[in-house]
Design a protein. Structure first.
Length: 409
């Protein structure tokens, strides 16, 4: 496909109804807003220009996942007041709406933002206030009120952390108070406290908290450590997703599904890498991987694919063509394209889809499936009946916009 034709196709993809089921709020702040708030609060930045931050912090390439994660120290620092959380959430929704994303599930770790100025409830209320304002404004458009186009919806996902130190007032206080406990027990308690809080806030305040997640460094911090917290939200009828297979292998994904009842898997990149399997009891590693793939496919456990982010955090992948998304497609796994971090990875859902088309020849049926899976496997904050109607409306709109375009028919 020539550049001109690809450019035209990209504009069409931008208009198509899309989802983003794996995107971190603190990794998706407008750099202009980061600079603005930092100046107001006298926060130190390596640079106070967008260009300077792109050179020093938010790079095109990172050495590894650890360097990638250092960027969040700057973004979390500007998310410590209610008005800033509301502003950041509002702008985040607008950025998604402007590229055709009609449903988004934004995730964040509330315990990173709790301090003297804001409680757990305040964090959720402030973020929800910004998202809701953007939703109401967007859904007033005539093409939406007339029923011609689907409206914009959102859900919130709370992230527990696999590992943490005194990264916030909340965590520092917790570590200081539990000085006779080891960090493993403190991490378990933090996850359980978050689980109880999100269920209560969801039920008492009507905020659309639709899922529970486990994020942070994966290798050395197994998912099973957070079993109690996941069991609690599971028994409270909350959806579950887990970062797994981003820096560890198939065992981590299996553990997320069997121990934590995961409905979806974040990243899942190393699903097919036999060298990442460390359990000596697993003798036939290839068979183990194929059995796990069959299990995932049969139960339609969706993988939240983040191409750009994976290339940045795992430089060993090399070129896009080497990404295991190709194998996911070959195994007919349920996959959906996600950004992970719009600002940190300098990407959009449109960009991710275009990468998949260019790198893997993704077209017509597989492309439509990926977009449809995003809506179908979402943790939609309404009844199942309303979700089915909404999915159908989005798919119909997709078919209308893609009609007559050879690459999308």
């Amino acid at each position: 496909m020539n550049k001109e034709r690809f450019s035209e196709l990209r504009e069409t993809i931008k208009k198509l109804p899309k989802t983003d089921l794996h995107v971190h709020l603190d990794g998706s702040i407008r750099l202009e807003t980061l600079i603005e708030i930092s100046k107001k609060e006298n926060l130190e930045l390596p640079s106070y220009t967008v260009e300077g931050l792109n050179e020093t912090v938010f790079k095109s390439h990172y050495k590894n996942l650890e360097e990638y994660l250092t960027t969040f120290a700057y973004s979390c620092a500007v998310m410590q007041k209610p008005e800033y959380l509301e502003q950041i959430a509002y702008e985040f929704a607008q950025d998604n709406q402007n590229e055709g994303v009609r449903y988004v599930e934004v995730r964040f770790a509330p315990q990173l933002h709790i301090n003297r100025d804001q409680s757990m409830e305040t964090v959720f209320e402030s973020i929800n206030k910004g998202l809701l304002r953007a939703q109401k404004e967007f859904n007033q458009q005539e093409e939406i009120t007339s029923g011609e186009a689907p409206p914009f919806y959102y859900g919130l996902i709370a992230c527990a952390m696999r590992n943490f130190g005194p990264f916030s007032e909340y965590y520092k206080t917790m570590i200081d108070l539990l000085c006779h406990s080891d960090m493993l027990e403190i991490r378990r308690l933090a996850s359980m406290e978050l689980a109880k809080a999100v269920v209560q806030i969801r039920d008492d305040r009507g905020i659309p908290i639709v899922g529970f997640d486990l994020a942070g460094a994966e290798d050395g911090y197994p998912a099973k450590d957070h079993w109690r917290a996941y069991q609690y939200v599971h028994e409270s009828f909350m959806h579950k997703t887990v970062h797994a297979g981003e820096a560890y292998g198939a065992e981590s994904i299996f553990q997320a599904i069997t121990e934590l009842h995961a409905d979806r898997i974040g990243h899942g990149y190393y699903l097919f890498d036999a060298s990442k399997i460390k359990d000596a009891k697993i003798e036939d590693k290839e068979k183990y991987i194929m059995d796990l793939c069959q299990y995932i496919a049969d139960r339609r456990i969706s993988i939240e694919v983040c191409l750009t982010s994976n290339l940045q955090t795992n430089p060993s992948i090399g070129n896009l063509e080497n990404h295991n998304f190709r194998k996911m497609l070959a195994q007919n796994l349920s996959t959906t394209m996600c950004t992970d971090n719009r600002t940190v990875s300098k990407t959009t859902v449109t960009d991710e889809i275009c990468l998949a088309i260019d790198g893997f020849g993704l077209s017509n049926r597989p492309l439509k499936n990926c977009i449809a899976y995003g809506f179908k496997r979402s943790f939609f904050p309404e009844t199942y009946t309303k979700k089915r109607d909404y999915v159908r409306r989005c798919v119909n709109y997709y078919e209308k916009l893609s009609a007559g375009i050879p690459e999308l028919e």
